[in-house]
Design a protein around this ligand. Structure first.
Ligand code: ADP
Ligand code: MG
Length: 252
């Protein structure tokens, strides 16, 4: 069984076809990096997997549970909303721009969803949040507001907040690309630790070092399609496609 299975996903915005038949499958504990030029549909793909966008065609199966499927006439249908919410609770997502609540403290940011969505008792949520803040090295920022944090600290809080929902899968959408270069390391370190703990991760990234060293598999996307995928060593040292080669030449 795969943790994430997407088959033949199509997505358009108006006349613009952004995903053109994407299929991917991620196993438990696997770290998959998605690389590719800006505008190739990477964010849209992640957003479809967590139901922030509705797909036009294809199917999405999370931990064996269909979220979107093709019926006998080939028409794509979604399961009922309640089931979608249940399925998406298994997936945490970290965005490029942190998306923290600015008027809440670090601790309040982390305990909000566990209390409201998962009905975790407050003290239990606080204990868990504190443990997560220790894990990302920010327990001393417990009562700070997001505006008092650096970008790297904000992103580490965002990761802790996602983990507080106890996801089985974590999606990262260029988590370090809004950061000053000297702050990317602390965020990548947290992600490496997560990978070592065998979290299932799908990571859109421009950090080729991270993709090469941490990912089990690398997917190269361009123009709404998966152009090639393989082991990091294969993709980076011996890409099959000319498009992959010219992309890597620009970024490496
Ligand atoms: P990437 O993350 O690889 O840079 P995106 O998935 O963000 O690519 O975007 C792919 C294409 O889809 C881009 O041309 C972008 O402008 C377009 N796009 C993304 N989201 C929307 C939207 N909500 N409405 C219209 N166009 C969109
Ligand atoms: Mg993007």
């Amino acid at each position: 069984m795969y943790m994430i299975e997407a088959r033949n996903i199509y997505k358009s915005f108006g006349d613009l076809q952004v995903l053109k038949g994407i299929s991917l499958a991620v196993k438990k504990g696997e770290v998959v990096a998605i690389i590719g030029p800006s505008g190739s549909g990477k964010s849209t793909l992640l957003r479809c997997l967590i139901h922030l966008e509705v797909i036009d065609r294809g199917s999405i199966i999370i931990e064996g549970q269909p979220m979107a499927y093709e019926d006998e006439n080939g028409k794509t249908r979604y399961v009922p909303d309640k089931q979608i919410r249940q399925i998406c609770k298994k997936i945490g997502m970290v965005f490029q721009n942190f998306n923290l609540f600015p008027h809440k403290t670090v601790l309040e940011n982390i305990i909000e969803a566990p209390i409201v969505v998962n009905k975790v008792p407050k003290q239990e949520a606080v204990d868990m949040a504190e443990a997560l803040l220790r894990r990302v090295g920010l327990i001393d920022k417990r009562d700070s507001y997001p505006s008092q944090l650096s970008g790297g600290q904000k992103q580490r809080v965002a990761i802790a907040r996602a983990l507080a929902m106890k996801p089985d899968i974590m999606l990262f959408d260029e988590p370090t690309s809004a950061l000053d270069p000297e702050l990317t390391g602390e965020v990548l370190k947290v992600m490496r630790d997560l990978a070592e703990d065998r979290m299932t991760m799908l990571v859109v990234t421009h950090e080729m070092g991270f993709a090469r060293e941490v990912a089990d598999r690398v997917i190269f996307m361009d123009g709404g399609e998966i152009i090639e995928e393989g082991l990091p060593g294969e993709i980076f040292c011996n890409p099959r496609s000319e498009r992959t080669r010219s992309f890597l030449k620009q970024v490496l």
